[in-house]
Structures are given as structure tokens and as C-alpha cells.
Design a protein around this ligand. Structure first.
Ligand code: GCU
Length: 444
């Protein structure tokens, strides 16, 4: 991708404008039509939905060995056509633990902060990983997810290092960013997004929580290339299957997992990758590409995440590629306007996660993410789980609002709009209790 050099003020203005334009586009994309929801009814899959259990030459996948081949075929196809290539783990990467407080959050947790130094140099590119570990729990499983606005925003804990990276500012429908000055966080940003990260609830359930700021990897605006991890890999950004923003975030999640697998305080074999919205798209791709992730939780990841493109509704490929032209690789642009006739779909990305535990969650008023299209993905990919000998989603009926369905694939549609709530987390923790905490489930 071409580096676009802009001076600082212009960068800020463009980022703010990009948000506003993105939201106007998003509203236009969903229109004002009421959701056509028939809860409790069995709903059928789109007729021409691609089948992950057929090779691209049309022959069926019958044996386990054939599934391994087909999995490779799918992985290569999604890499080339949609998410782009990702570089391998950097050979010089090292970890620097700069904070270890065993009495954090009033004594309930150990707080760990780690600089993941991608090229080994403290002044080089880095990602700051914040980890809370519940005290008194030996080797807990971990829930790992990127955050939108900086580690210091997820909890008011004064011990969290304040990010010195560029942060968006201006009007935002999800969080009050008035604490951000000249695109940098201030102490007033502490805890501004704590409502989406109920840290004590997660710790009390016996899980560690690990998180890093998306901006450590990719600034997520049109002028952000030079400051993003993509620019460290010029050779991976040339072709049309280029390293993308979603790819950069997924890559960063794998680098966080590299660290967690060396951390003696947690169980690095039980790391659940979680993400909301665009960071949910990244979590989906991370789980698809990195089989070390034990499970995936997709919170309203929508188009390019859990939503089936073949199901009309919500955000389109054209919108994704117009509002966020850097999110996916350039090859993906050839599919603008072809959502319902795509030669692939997201049930085939989710197939790469099978048979690992998978939670897909929607919100009924989050029309941009197409709740029904997300539900249908959970139904569709269940065929692959069955093929691999486990039950996926135990229903084909669209569940009522706030009535979660638990299985190796779990699903709920919550009341309300695009967000992450305590209700969502309560279901995720129950799902993890059922399918991640029990080691017998993981060995399948
Ligand atoms: C926009 C975008 C979505 C994305 C969302 C978010 O609405 O169109 O694809 O999921 O932002 O990340 O909040």
C-alpha cells in the first residue's frame, strides 16, 4: 500500500472526518427498514451459500485427511482474496515485563504489563499488553482482546500505563473522547471504556484478561499507514494480497499469544480470542489463522466477521471497501457489489475455527452487523462441526432476544444496539466455563 504523507493536523482532521463519513455510510447501508425478524422460527440458509465441505473443484470432502487439504485451500483463498498475507513471528521479537503488581484492583488481581518489542529494540515498534490475573487461581485460562482507545481506558486502575500513541478524537457515538488532547490520551482517559470491560466480573469467574490497544498495531485511518505495523513490512504490502489492517490486528493478537504462552502465571493453551465489531473481525481472522487460540468470541463482528454476505442486510462489501479501504487486501475490492453471489463466505472462515468452541453474539438493533446474517453463520458452520464429530449450534431456530443458546457453538441476540454489555460478558463466561475451563472439552 502506498504511504500517504500528511502533516499532523490534516491527519487528525481526516481521521475525524473518516469516522463521521463511516457512520453516515453505515446508517445509509442499513436504511430505515425494520428488521424482518421471526424469532422462534426455523430460518433457512441462503440457497447459493458456498459449502466449505466441497473442494473448489466441486469434489466432496469425505475423510479427515481431505478436510486438512480443504482447510489449507480455504486458508489460502481467504488470505489471497480478502484478508491479505501476514508476516511470520519476527525473529528478533522479545518481551519486556515492566510492571508486576500482585496487589492490583484492591488485591483481587496481579497486574502485569509487558512491552512486546517487535524488532527487539525498546525504541522500535512495540505493543503494550496489559494482563490481569485473578489471585488465587493457578494457571487460569485467558480472554484476550484488542481495545479501541488505549489500555488505560478499560479500567480506572492508576497503575495502567497511559498510551502515548495517536488516538482518535472528536465525536464518537460510543465513548466520550473529550479526554484526548491533540490525539494523545491524558490521565482523564482512565476508565472511560470500563463499561465494556467488566474486569472484576471476569476475574471473579476465574479468568485472566489480556488486552492491547489497536493503535499499537494500526492507527485505523486513511493516513495511518506509516505509523502502522504494515509499514514495517514493505515486501508484504506490494501485491493485491497485501498485509491489511485487519491482518495487522490479527497478527498482533498472535504476538500477544506468543507472550502468553511463555507466561508462567496463566495457561497459554487456553487463550480465548475475543473482539467487538472491527476488532471482532480481527479476532475471527486471528482464530482462523492461528490454531493455538483455544476458542473464539465474536461480539457483533458483522460484515467481514461473522455475518454471511449471502444474507442480504447490514453492511455491504462495497461499504467496507469504501469507508475503510485499508481494512482488507486490495483483491477484496473486486467483490464490491457481489455480496450475494460471492464464491466464498464467512461460514468458510468460521470453518477454519472448527471444531474449537465458538460464540457468535448479535444485538437486535445493530442492523449494520446484520444479526440474522450472524445467526445464519452459526447455523451454517455447524455442518463442519458435525463433520468433525461434534455438535455445533444446537438449534436452527432464531432465538428470542436475550435467550442465549449454549453449545460448542453458542449464540445470542441481545436487546439494544452495537456495544459490549455485562449481559454479553455473563454469557461469554458461562460459555467459557462449559467449553474452555473443562480441559476435557479442549482435547477434542
Ligand atoms: C463501522 C463499520 C463496521 C464496524 C464498526 C465498528 O460501523 O462499518 O464494519 O464493525 O464500525 O468497528 O464499530
Amino acid at each position: 500500500m502506498r504511504s500517504i504523507e500528511l502533516h499532523k493536523g490534516a491527519k487528525g482532521w481526516i481521521a475525524t472526518a473518516a469516522w463521521v463519513i463511516a457512520w453516515v455510510f453505515a446508517a445509509a447501508a442499513v436504511g430505515s427498514a425494520p428488521p424482518c425478524m421471526a424469532q422462534g422460527e426455523s430460518i433457512s440458509l441462503p440457497v447459493n451459500l458456498p459449502n466449505p465441505l466441497l473442494f473448489s473443484n466441486g469434489s466432496p470432502v469425505i475423510t479427515a485427511a481431505q478436510w486438512r487439504q480443504r482447510r489449507t485451500e480455504l486458508l489460502q483463498m481467504f488470505t489471497r482474496q480478502m484478508y491479505g498475507h501476514m508476516p511470520p513471528r519476527p525473529s528478533r521479537m522479545r518481551f519486556q515485563v515492566y510492571d508486576l503488581d500482585p496487589h492490583a484492583l484492591g488485591g483481587i488481581a496481579t497486574r502485569e504489563q509487558v512491552a512486546i518489542l517487535f524488532d527487539g529494540r525498546p525504541q522500535g515498534r512495540r505493543m503494550d499488553l496489559l494482563v490481569y490475573i485473578p489471585n488465587g487461581v493457578a494457571h487460569p485460562p485467558v480472554i484476550l482482546g484488542l481495545n479501541f482507545w488505549g489500555n488505560e481506558t478499560i479500567n480506572p486502575d492508576p497503575g495502567i500505563r497511559i498510551s502515548n500513541r495517536w488516538i482518535e478524537s472528536g465525536r464518537n457515538p460510543f465513548v466520550d473522547l473529550s479526554c484526548v488532547q491533540d490525539h494523545r490520551a491524558t490521565a482523564a482517559c482512565r476508565g472511560i471504556d470500563a463499561g465494556r470491560w467488566p474486569v472484576p466480573m471476569i476475574l471473579h469467574a476465574g479468568y485472566a484478561l489480556a488486552t492491547a490497544y489497536r493503535g499499537d498495531l494500526d492507527l485505523d485511518h486513511i493516513g495511518g499507514f506509516a505509523d502502522s505495523i504494515r509499514s514495517a513490512y514493505p515486501q508484504w504490502t506490494q501485491g493485491n494480497d497485501n498485509f491489511s489492517t485487519i491482518g495487522g490486528w490479527a497478527w498482533g493478537l498472535s504476538r500477544a499469544l506468543d507472550y502468553l504462552q511463555t507466561d508462567p502465571r496463566v495457561d497459554g493453551r487456553r487463550v480465548v480470542v475475543f473482539g467487538w465489531s472491527r476488532l471482532g473481525k480481527a479476532a475471527v481472522w486471528a482464530a482462523a489463522t492461528d490454531p493455538r487460540f483455544a476458542a473464539l468470541i465474536s461480539n457483533e463482528s458483522g460484515a467481514g466477521g461473522a455475518k454471511l454476505f449471502h444474507h442480504p442486510g447490514g453492511e455491504t462489501i462495497l461499504h467496507l471497501n469504501t469507508a475503510f479501504p485499508y481494512w482488507f487486501c486490495r483483491n477484496f475490492r473486486q467483490y464490491n457489489g457481489r455480496d450475494t453471489s460471492l464464491p466464498f463466505d464467512q461460514n468458510e472462515v468460521m470453518a477454519l475455527v472448527a471444531p474449537r468452541p465458538l460464540y457468535i453474539a448479535s444485538a437486535i438493533n445493530d442492523l449494520n452487523s446484520d444479526p440474522k446474517g450472524e445467526f445464519l453463520d452459526a447455523v451454517a458452520v455447524s455442518a463442519v462441526y458435525r463433520f468433525l464429530g461434534v455438535t455445533g449450534l444446537p438449534t436452527t431456530k432464531w432465538p428470542a432476544v436475550n435467550q442465549p443458546v449454549f453449545g460448542r457453538i453458542s449464540y445470542h441476540v441481545r436487546s439494544g444496539g452495537h456495544s459490549v454489555t455485562d449481559f454479553d460478558w455473563a454469557q461469554y463466561l458461562r460459555f467459557c466455563d462449559l467449553y474452555v475451563k473443562a480441559k476435557s472439552q479442549l482435547s477434542r
